[in-house]
Write a protein that binds this ligand. Structure first.
Ligand code: NDP
Length: 240
C-alpha cells in the first residue's frame, strides 16, 4: 500500500532531499514550509510533490495543517520532523526571543507535530517518526545554547516516545547530522567554514542525499527493529 509521508521543512535543504527520496521510494509526500513560498512553489512544480504552509512552532497550526494533509493525501504513516532554525549568540548576549524562537521551532514543534499523527498510526498499527537532530545536540556548540538544548531535547524525546509506541509497530528514531551543505550555513563566514572543514576527518561537508538515504532506510520495513536510536552522520567529527 502507498505510504503517506509528511516532511516538515520539506521544500529545500535536507528536507527537500528527504521529500524527493521518499517520493522515489513510492510514498505520497506532503512537504511543508514556513514562509518561502517562491521556493516551495518551484519545488512542487519541479518534483510533483504537494506543498503545505504552516508554522511548526504553532501547535494549532500543526493540528490544522496535519488535518489538511490527511484530507488531501490520507492519514500519515511516516512523519519526518526536519524543520529547524538556528540563531547564534553567546549566552550572555542571547535574547529571550532568540532562545524561545529556536526552542519552539526546533523542539516544541517535534511534539506538536508528533501528537497529531500518533492516533492515526496507532489505529493502523504502523508508523515511522524520524526527527532531525544535530551533532550540536550531542556535543554542544558555543554560541548555540538554544540550538544545542533543542537538538539534545529531540534525542530524549525520541528515546522516551520509542518506548511508548513500540507495541504498536511505530518506530521513533533520530538522525544527528554533522555539517551539511545547505542554506542554514549561508550566514557562516568563510573563515568559520574553512576552520570547520579542518575539524571534519573526511575533509568536506556532508551532502543532503547522505542524510536522505538514512531516512529512507529508517522509514522502510527493513528498519522495523530499529527504534529509539540516533544515527550520527558527521564525517567522523564527533563520536559518542
Ligand atoms: P534550511 O534552512 O535549508 O531549510 C529549513 C526548512 O525548514 C525550510 O523548508 C523552512 O521553510 C523550514 N522551516 C524553518 N522554520 C520553520 C517553521 N517555523 N515552520 C515551518 N517550517 C519551517 O535547513 P537545513 O536543510 O540545513 O536543515 C534541516 C534540519 O536539519 C534542521 O532541523 C537543522 O537544524 C538540521 N541540521 C542541519 C545541519 C546542516 O549543517 N545543514 C546540521 C545538523 C542538523 P522556509 O523555506 O519557508 O523558510
Amino acid at each position: 500500500m502507498t505510504k503517506i509521508a509528511l516532511v516538515t521543512g520539506g521544500t529545500r535543504g535536507i528536507g527537500g532531499a528527504i521529500s524527493i527520496a521518499l517520493k522515489n521510494q513510492g510514498c505520497k509526500v506532503a512537504a511543508t514550509y514556513n514562509s518561502n513560498s517562491e521556493k516551495a512553489d518551484a519545488f512542487a512544480k519541479e518534483h510533483g510533490i504537494d506543498v503545505f504552509q504552516w508554522n511548526v512552532a504553532d501547535a494549532n497550526a500543526c493540528e490544522a495543517g496535519v488535518k489538511e494533509v490527511a484530507e488531501k493525501l490520507g492519514s500519515i504513516d511516516i512523519l519526518i520532523n526536519n524543520a529547524g532554525i538556528s540563531k547564534a549568540a553567546m549566552s550572555h548576549k542571547m535574547t529571550i526571543e532568540q532562545w524561545d524562537d529556536v526552542i519552539r521551532t526546533d523542539l516544541d514543534s517535534v511534539f506538536y507535530m508528533t501528537r497529531c499523527v500518533l492516533e492515526g498510526m496507532r489505529e493502523k498499527a504502523f508508523g515511522r517518526i524520524i526527527s532531525i537532530s544535530s551533532i550540536n545536540g550531542q556535543k554542544g556548540e558555543m554560541g548555540l545554547v538554544n540550538y544545542s538544548a533543542a537538538k539534545a531535547g529531540v534525542l530524549g524525546f525520541t528515546k522516551a516516545l520509542a518506548q511508548e509506541t513500540a507495541r504498536k509497530n511505530i518506530t521513533v528514531n533520530a538522525i544527528a547530522p554533522g555539517y551539511i551543505d545547505t542554506e542554514i550555513l549561508a550566514d557562516a563566514s568563510e573563515d568559520f567554514l574553512k576552520g570547520l572543514i579542518t575539524k571534519i576527518p573526511v575533509g568536506r561537508l556532508g551532502t543532503v542525499e547522505e542524510i536522505s538515504r538514512i531516512v529512507t532506510f529508517l522509514a522502510s520495513d527493513d528498519a522495523g527493529f530499529v527504534t529509539g536510536s540516533t544515527i550520527t552522520a558527521n564525517g567522523g567529527q564527533y563520536f559518542i
